[in-house]
Design a protein around this ligand. Structure first.
Ligand code: ADP
Ligand code: GLC
Length: 506
């Protein structure tokens, strides 16, 4: 099959979260299964700075409102594969990001210190969606399935069905009509809802502006447009697929999903076993695997304690956290339970950036427990690897978690995940209990109630195992490290879904 993936992030090119890892790993895994995959991504400044680009002769002229906006297509490859990444070029729209000035790919730091969305995000991603569809004939690449990811690509299905598939050129229109679209929801809380007048900029028929079309709370919703017009929907774990059909998790869009539940499925993300391999990871000071955890992991822990200026103590339990510091990741619980968590004597290392109120809460905790808490605000991929390798425990008390990759990285690196049982966390981490210890399935620690008490109790339970039963702890580490969460498994599930979609043509 030919599969095109459209995404606003790809690891190695531009990344703010797990979406980038998924779109960086799934296409090469599909290629290994014998399919032809191609990726579309905006050409951001960060991409221009770090990726070797190859020019193509193709020029784009894209309608945004009544205006023709020019663009180009550059090309690169996903490292370690033949998968092409087609980069949609328009410097004014996409090359404004610059970390040194607090400008990201979606947001900028305003003078009051808060992160704000760029005011023209709807125009930026409308341009991208149209450009992807216009690029197909230029590249002569006609996919059976066009796989869209998150709100930034949500307009593709509606533009395809309502505009491109009814183009004047019959032959071209027929080619567009044969494409099936999949909309993957990585996080339903991010919806891309804009001022309704943007309907004109998108040149969408106002008759579509109603609750069973692209309207959501009197706004034009890019994500809802994708959810209504894509042929199939999926999300990144079976549990999250169920959760988002309920009012609490659905963020207002549960009705659309309930209506389309027959077209909705959940596939847990895999992880890249090459770049996340504790036996070979070039970011680590020492190496290890499930057959021989120490001395490698112990050396990583010692190096991490030194890197963060914490007391070097092999027996002090060390908990790590690497996350966007936002409510989703359970930061409210950490802030509320902080004192009680640290009263256990554990060391706590956090890497992340996000809402300033959580930066403040964590700084207060560091002030109160200076010999136990170490923080690094910012984005640092190498350090993320070293934390997974050096930590004994990895905290992920998420409020909700569509799939989550960090718990998978931590299992692979023998840092036992301590998670709340929601979304992908519920589907991937098995709580340590008498029964799961006996049958060898225990891989971490899980709690359910979103409360500081439940978090503290679970941490105490984990630390009691760590301190009093080191042989059992080691066994759980081995169980966790032996799990198979490689992309091959997830890619096969995507392959089956794509096949069903392609076959629905005939
Ligand atoms: P989400 O996509 O919701 O942020 P995931 O667990 O799916 O959550 O993926 C997060 C990804 O981003 C992981 O690869 C994680 O290591 C990475 N990450 C998050 N914050 C940072 C950071 N500050 N520095 C380095 N990597 C980070
Ligand atoms: C989202 C979710 C995360 C998921 C990632 C990739 O950012 O928050 O749970 O792993 O997308 O699918």
């Amino acid at each position: 099959m030919r599969i095109a993936l459209a995404s606003s992030e790809v690891v190695g090119f531009a990344k703010t979260g797990g979406l980038a890892d998924v779109v960086g790993s799934l296409p090469p895994a599909l290629e290994k299964l014998g399919h032809q995959a191609a990726v579309f991504l905006p050409l951001y400044n960060s991409v221009r700075q770090k990726v070797a680009l190859q020019a193509t002769p193709h020029r784009l002229r894209v309608l945004v409102g009544d205006e023709w906006v020019e663009g180009g297509i550059q090309q690169a490859k996903i490292p370690g594969s033949q998968v092409p990444v087609y980069l949609i070029e328009n410097p004014a729209l996409f090359e404004r990001d610059n970390a040194a000035f607090g400008r990201g790919i979606y947001q900028f730091a305003s003078s009051d210190g808060w992160k704000k969305d760029y005011p023209d995000n709807s125009a930026r991603y409308l341009f991208f969606c149209r450009a992807v569809l216009q690029a197909l004939p230029l590249l002569n690449f006609w996919p059976e399935v066009l796989h869209c990811n998150d709100w930034q690509t949500g307009l593709i299905p509606v533009l395809l069905k309502k505009q491109f598939a009814s183009a004047d050129n019959q032959e071209l229109a027929e080619k567009y009509r044969r494409i099936r679209t999949l909309m993957t929801i990585h996080n339903i809380a991010y919806q891309g809802n804009f001022w309704k007048e943007d309907m004109n900029m998108c040149r969408l028929d106002w008759r579509l502006f109603n609750p069973s079309g692209v309207e959501f709370n009197d706004c034009l919703s890019f994500l809802k447009a994708g959810m209504v017009f894509a042929d199939r929907l999926n999300t990144v774990s079976p549990t999250y697929a169920k959760e988002i059909q309920t009012p609490y998790f659905g963020c207002g869009l549960q009705g659309v999903l309930l209506e389309r539940s027959a077209d909705l499925s959940g596939i847990v993300n895999g992880i890249d076993y090459q770049s996340w391999n504790p036996a070979t990871d070039p970011e680590l000071p020492a190496h290890f695997d499930a057959l021989l955890i120490d001395p490698g992991k112990a050396a990583c822990k010692e190096a991490l304690q030194k890197e963060f200026h914490l007391p070097v103590d092999p027996r002090a339990p060390l908990a790590g956290m690497v996350a966007r510091l936002v409510e989703q990741k359970g930061l409210e619980l950490i802030a509320e339970a902080g004192g009680r968590l640290l009263a256990t004597g554990m060391q706590f290392v956090v890497l992340g950036e996000g809402d300033s109120r959580y930066h403040l809460a964590l700084e207060n905790l560091r002030r109160e427990f200076p010999s136990q808490v170490a923080l690094q605000f910012g984005f640092n991929e190498g350090l993320a690897h070293r934390i997974e390798a050096g930590a004994d425990l990895f905290l992920m008390p998420s409020l909700y978690e569509p799939s989550g990759l960090n718990q998978l990285y931590s299992m692979r690196y023998g840092a036992l995940p301590l998670v709340r049982g929601t979304g992908g966390l519920a589907d991937t981490v098995t709580d340590t209990k008498e029964k799961t210890l006996a049958n060898g399935t225990a891989t971490g620690f899980r709690f359910q109630a979103y409360s500081p008490e439940a978090l503290v109790e679970t941490l105490q339970r984990a630390l009691s195992l760590y301190r009093n039963h080191p042989a059992t702890w080691r066994q759980v580490q081995i169980n966790a490290m032996k799990q198979d969460w490689s992309w091959e498994r997830s890619a096969r599930e995507y392959q089956d879904l794509y096949l069903q979609m392609a076959n629905s043509l005939h």
